[in-house]
Design a protein around this ligand. Structure first.
Ligand code: NAD
Ligand code: UGA
Length: 434
């Protein structure tokens, strides 16, 4: 088939790579000329394992074309996948400006019957607005479908080629047929439902993942108060197949461009349908409190517990990990940002390091010092703070790190090391819930 993918971001580029690799003719459209020009030159706007290989191979074989022009591709597409951002607005609701504008530009260029598939995460209640926008500009047959995306950054390609489920949110048999055909060779359960159910599946999934994380974080706090070990407690819980062990890793809370915004948007959405989602308010509150608790932990670790502000003055701290999770350079809503800001407010002298996200970080913290590797970061520091669990940090030579530090203190927001081993090496090792 010929398809258009609107938005050359994380979801758009992965979707374009997937459908081109499956043998379709794919046009990937973005309003950013700069982004499209650099994609044409083979430059990917962010780090995602395997993405460059898939995009360059399919571009070379002419199954994938990058363009800023809707008119070049939409008229000949059987399906248009809308993958633009739906960021949070000030009150937590999803900002649908990009979505409406992408639908409008698509509508202006529809020629024959087309399925307009919304892959962006968008709230229930705006379906009529979307229909109205298209009808204002197009006299042709068209149908909407919601087919939410479940990829995780860092493993986006694996997730796209091996999905657990493919949600096809449309009651139109004609649209269902096109979407089933496009996804035919992919594994995973097919969930065919109406559009609203599909939209809800997406919010409910992300909110459930966030709930698991906040539950683990709440347990970590209880463990700290009672002297129990949260890792053992979670092992004991997660081995029950009904519960499962994934997304039960406690730490500094969930970040990234999706979980935090989707939890807030889901609360706002529920509110607009007259349901007070107190459960999710607590999930969000627990998540926010993780950062404050972590800052207190850092202050305790370095002995700066008095109430004089700034009380971390002259304290040298290395931050290991800036990306919101490993294997990405994305720092959208990364916990590291709040941690760095709080420590700077307390007067700390920071050195920052991340295997991939330093370029991103420089745009947010242009005046900070950046290290070239973990050992460089550790040199002469009072403490080392682990913010992201990069494999590189797991594999580092801890004896060498200890010798580089001024004081052998590690505050670990991701519980990546064995507590006994750390004690044996001679570290004062602070963790979450152990
Ligand atoms: P992104 O910010 O990385 O990319 C969005 C792209 O859309 C940008 O390149 C932007 O220039 C472009 N754009 C904006 N308006 C446009 C328009 N009118 N026409 C053409 N291009 C336009 O966004 P993302 O992270 O890929 O997220 C997209 C959507 O998918 C969001 O709703 C998000 O919640 C959802 N989602 C994201 C992920 C993820 O891991 N990032 C996973 C699942 C779902
Ligand atoms: C998340 C979902 O996992 C995807 O299924 C979804 O498609 C995507 O959001 C989206 O809608 O955009 P992503 O944001 O890439 O994917 O990353 P996750 O792996 O979910 O991690 C999110 C945050 O939770 C990270 O900060 C991570 O460190 C944190 N986390 C994750 C924990 O603190 N504990 C855990 O056990 C797992």
């Amino acid at each position: 088939m010929t398809i258009s993918v609107i938005g050359a971001g994380y979801v758009g580029l992965v979707t374009a790579a997937l459908f081109a690799e499956l043998g379709n003719d794919v046009y990937c459209i973005d309003t950013s000329k700069e982004r499209i020009e650099s994609l044409k030159r083979g430059k990917i706007p962010f780090f995602e394992t395997g993405l460059y290989e898939y995009l360059s191979k399919n571009a070379k074989e002419k199954r994938l074309i990058f363009t800023t022009s809707y008119s070049q591709s939409v008229p000949k597409s059987q399906a248009v996948f809308i993958c633009v951002g739906t960021p949070p607005s000030k009150n937590g609701e999803a900002d649908l400006t990009y979505l409406f504008s992408a639908v409008e530009e698509t509508a202006k260029n529809l020629k024959d019957y087309t399925v307009v598939v919304i892959k962006s995460t968008f709230p229930i209640g705006f379906e009529d607005d979307l229909e109205r926008i298209v009808k204002k500009h197009a006299r042709v047959d068209f149908e909407f479908a919601a087919s939410p995306e479940f990829l995780r950054e860092g493993t986006a390609l694996t997730d796209a080629f091996h999905p657990d489920r493919i949600v096809i949110g449309t009651t139109s048999k004609r649209a269902q047929k096109i979407l089933l055909e496009l996804h035919a060779v992919l594994p995973g359960e097919r969930i065919i439902c109406d559009m609203r159910s599909a939209q809800l599946i997406k919010y409910a999934s992300n909110a459930f993942l966030a709930t698991k994380i906040s539950y683990a974080n709440a347990l970590a706090t209880i463990c700290e108060k009672t002297g129990a070990d949260v890792q053992k407690v979670l092992l004991g819980i997660g081995t029950d197949k009904r519960i499962g062990s994934s997304f039960l890793q406690p730490g500094i809370g969930y970040g990234g461009s999706c979980l935090p915004k989707d939890v807030l948007a889901f609360i706002a959405q529920a509110n607009s349908f007259d349901y007070n989602f107190d459960l999710l308010r607590s999930v969000d509150a627990i998540n926010n409190s993780q950062i404050d608790k972590f800052i207190t932990k850092i202050r305790t670790a370095v002995g700066a517990t008095d109430n004089i502000t700034p009380n971390l003055e002259k304290i040298k701290i290395a931050i290991l990990g800036l990306a919101f999770k490993p294997n990405t350079d994305d720092m959208r809503d990364a916990p590291s940002i709040k941690i760095i800001q709080s420590l700077l407010n307390l007067g700390a002298d920071l050195t920052l390091y991340d295997p991939k996200a330093i370029d991103t970080a420089r745009k947010i913290f242009p005046k900070q010092k950046y290290a070239k590797d973990v050992y460089d970061a550790a040199k002469g520091q009072d403490a080392l703070v682990i913010v992201t669990e990069w494999p590189e940090f797991l594999g580092m030579d801890l004896q060498k790190i200890k010798n580089s530090l001024k004081r052998a203190i590690i505050i670990d927001g991701r519980n990546i090391y064995d507590t006994i081993k750390m004690k044996e090496i001679g570290f004062s090792y602070f963790t979450v819930g152990r």
